[in-house]
Every structure is written in C-alpha cells, then in structure tokens.
Ligand binder design. Structure first.
Ligand SMILES: [Zn+2]
Length: 144
C-alpha cells in the first residue's frame, strides 16, 4: 500500500452520498453503514456501531451501492500511476468493489479508480489478499 489515495475505495461512495472529503470528513455526516472487507464501513472507516450509521433519513446501503454502480463500472481499484510498461500492476483484494469478486487467476475484470479512469484487465496472480493484474493498456479509457 503506498498512499492514502491508493487506499481509498470509499471515494465513489462518499461522492454518491454528497460528502465532499475523506473518510474522516464522512465521520461527521450521517450515512448508511456500507460494509467493506474487514467489517468496517467503506464510507467512513468505522465499525457499524458508530452513531452516524443510525441516523434517520439516510439512504439505505443498497441505494448507495446502486448509485455507485450507475456512476462507475469498474471491479477492482488500481493506481494507474503504478502500472509498469507491460501493463502489470499489483492491487489488493480489499480494493475489490463491495459485491464484486473474489477473483482468481484468469478472471477478466475492469480496473478503475476514483477519477473515472478504466481499463480491462486479467488477473494473473492471486496470493492471499494480493492481486496482480495485467492491464490491456490499448483499451485504457481516460476519465471525461
Ligand atoms: Zn460509515
């Protein structure tokens, strides 16, 4: 894991909820608990018992997931700055979008990031929580 941006699969969820900022910022905004790998909330990083998860009037977790699915269409978060010339990059099972995967070697996926960049990829290595992807860089789609 390299930096906070790389570890931030919650960004599209916060955007879908209208929360401008980081997981820490989201801790002050009522939102549904959306479970990520490890049992913590993908939006704010806290456990389900945190009080902002239980405020009335927030959309359901399923509704937020549908909004994210409508606005993004990738399966696995990658850092496109860390892709080598052969199209290989390492990502983590924790960065598979909730409801997608698990993926093994040979799985075809769409790699993406919080900026709207996307690229088809194949899983070429799966070792515990570590996934190696080979991106089809000729089919990279930049945001916008
Ligand atoms: Zn939360």
């Amino acid at each position: 894991m390299t930096g906070p941006d790389f570890q931030d699969p919650g960004e599209p969820y916060r955007r879908a909820l209208g929360i401008d900022g980081t997981a820490a910022d989201a801790q002050d905004h009522p939102h549904p608990f959306i479970a990520a790998h490890g049992g913590f909330c993908v939006v704010c990083g806290l456990s389900e018992s945190y009080s902002e998860h239980h405020k009335p009037g927030v959309p359901t977790a399923d509704e937020v997931r549908r909004r994210v699915d409508a606005g993004t269409s990738w399966d696995v978060w990658v850092e496109f700055n860390d892709v080598d010339a052969a199209g290989l990059t390492v990502t983590y099972a924790d960065l598979v979008r909730p409801g997608h995967g698990p993926y093994g070697v040979g799985a075809a996926v769409v790699a993406g990031d919080g900026e709207g960049n996307r690229c088809p990829a194949v899983v070429v290595g799966a070792d515990g929580g570590r996934l190696t992807l080979r991106l089809d860089l000729g089919r990279f789609e930049a945001a916008g």
